[in-house]
Design a protein around this ligand. Structure first.
Ligand SMILES: [Zn+2]
Length: 114
């Protein structure tokens, strides 16, 4: 149910932004997603299809921009962007890492018809 409320806020933000641009239709909604934000894009798309019915966002597609996970190594102190499949410091291979980002979740931009 997590994605349902998230999708509602994505839709609200998008409709508001589209209105400011005097858009007639929203074609694409681009989202920035951190690798650890826990949001499944397919679910967002599914809910959007339902929630957007009757609005100018009806039929809009979700596009995801993945934000890399940035960490600081607690052993060597260096910062790096890592992949969640390789959670270790690329410099010293330590797994004692502090997460600096990865929970981002925001509407990046819209593609609209005006
Ligand atoms: Zn390190």
């Amino acid at each position: 149910m997590h994605e349902l409320s998230i999708t509602q806020s994505i839709l609200d933000i998008s409709l508001q932004a589209a209105q400011q641009q005097h858009a007639r239709r929203i074609k694409i909604i681009r989202l920035q997603l951190g690798q650890f934000c826990g949001v499944v894009p397919e679910c967002v798309q599914m809910y959007l299809d339902v929630l957007a019915k009757g609005t100018i966002a009806e039929g809009a597609k979700i596009e995801v921009i993945e934000v890399p996970l940035r960490v600081r190594c607690l052993d060597c102190g260096r910062e790096s962007d890592i992949d969640r499949r390789h959670i270790e410091c690329p410099f010293c291979k330590s797994i004692r890492l502090k997460r600096l980002s990865g929970r981002e979740f925001l509407v990046d931009s819209l593609e609209v018809d005006t």
